[in-house]
Design a protein around this ligand. Structure first.
Ligand code: ABU
Length: 367
């Protein structure tokens, strides 16, 4: 009974225990403010919603199961969520939406910081109940590990006041989106704290958090107050017209080395803590694909959405040959994982996992 089950302070220490998502019963949710702002105007997803075709669900599950088995073969404990019925609507006193999303990307919902797993507020209405998919696991960790802290951020109300109405017009255009991103004018307002867990990167004592569509400044302030022993840094990437989740933009590989999306470079005035401490920020390789797969919310930059197994080993999607080649040159052993046909369900190799245990403690990398 006295064992540590939950412990993970960064993105690169040796991984020993992880959650891998499932595609079961995944839905394309109905239109709603923050989700619509993320779907590109020419996307095949505009105007349609409902359960995803069963053959695509089966294929995604096949790939996720194979990935889980690959990790297990390396001695990593893998847990899977228990999917709820995502066809159920989400109704609260403040809003109603016709269906949920799924439980393929646990990284969006669960933030592991040391012995704590924190359920994020989320900012899409369709994802309001997504944490329920992970409750059986978190309950089990709580039974097994007396030091495990299971925390949940305050559930947001997600009324219309949470969203800027100018983002909801039919055609905005990429130029205006880029201008708004530069001005830090995102779809979410500062009505109440909002954050998705996938906007947070863990660097020991420092948490780096993307301010964008899914995380607002109040969300970042909430994290600052919740983790008083950490330094919490807000960053933003003006080259991204659809800024959700930091993990296809900024990817730490090991202490001292970060990949940065060359279309979404970290602005100079936000590089100080890395430069002062000798960290190298290198442009990621180009993606191997010109477009995302059908019915996919994410960009082609899932190429850099990799899962680091330890400071010398990284999982890269099998078709992302340029990214794999770059990892090799950077001295990393590459583990190829086939996942592209599951991208549509919520992301890549980092998105579809959530850390439970990595070796190591809370280091200060930016003294
Ligand atoms: N969930 C990561 C997606 C980021 C992107 O579309 O580039």
């Amino acid at each position: 009974m006295n064992k540590t089950v939950v412990n993970s302070w960064n993105e690169w220490d040796p991984l020993r225990h992880v959650i891998v998502g499932r595609a079961d019963n995944c839905h394309i949710p109905p239109e709603e403010p923050a989700l619509d702002a993320k779907v590109p105007e020419d996307s095949d997803m505009r105007g349609q919603w409902g359960k995803r075709p069963q053959e695509t669900i089966d294929r995604a599950n096949e790939l996720l199961d194979t990935f889980a088995a690959q990790l297990q073969a390396r001695g990593i404990r893998v847990d899977r969520p228990v999917p709820i019925d995502h066809s159920q609507p989400v109704t609260t006193p403040d809003f109603h939406t016709g269906s949920q999303f799924g439980c393929m990307p646990p990284r969006d919902v669960l933030l592991t910081v040391g012995p704590e797993i924190l359920e994020a507020t989320m900012s899409y209405r369709c994802r309001w109940f997504e944490y329920l998919n992970y409750r059986p696991l978190l309950q089990r960790y709580w039974e097994e590990d007396p030091n495990f802290r299971h925390e949940a951020a305050p559930k947001p109300r997600l009324t219309d006041a949470d969203y800027h109405p100018d983002y909801l017009s039919e055609k905005i255009g990429v130029e205006k989106r880029l201008k708004w991103a530069e001005e830090k004018h995102f779809v979410t307002t500062e009505e109440e704290p909002l954050f998705d867990a996938a906007d947070v990167l863990r660097f020991g004592r420092d948490l780096v958090v993307q301010h964008g569509f899914t995380t607002n400044l109040k969300g970042i302030e909430w994290l600052r107050r919740h983790f008083p022993d950490h330094r919490v840094h807000a960053v933003n990437f003006p080259g991204d017209p659809y800024p959700i989740h930091i993990d296809a933009t900024f990817t730490p590989l090991r202490p001292g080395l970060i990949l940065n999306n060359p279309q979404r470079r970290l602005p100079k005035d936000q590089r100080g803590m890395f430069e002062k401490n000798g960290w190298e920020i290198v442009d990621a390789a180009q993606p191997a694909h010109n477009a995302p797969p059908p019915l996919c919310y994410s960009s082609v930059w899932l190429s850099m959405n990799v899962l680091v197994l330890d400071p010398k080993t990284v999982c890269v999607e099998k078709s992302e040959v340029y990214q794999a080649e770059q990892m090799d040159k950077l001295g990393m052993e590459v583990v190829e994982v086939e996942l592209r046909d599951a991208y549509a369900f919520g992301g890549g190799l980092h998105c579809c996992t959530a850390d439970v245990y990595r070796e190591g403690g809370c280091e200060d990398y930016f003294p």
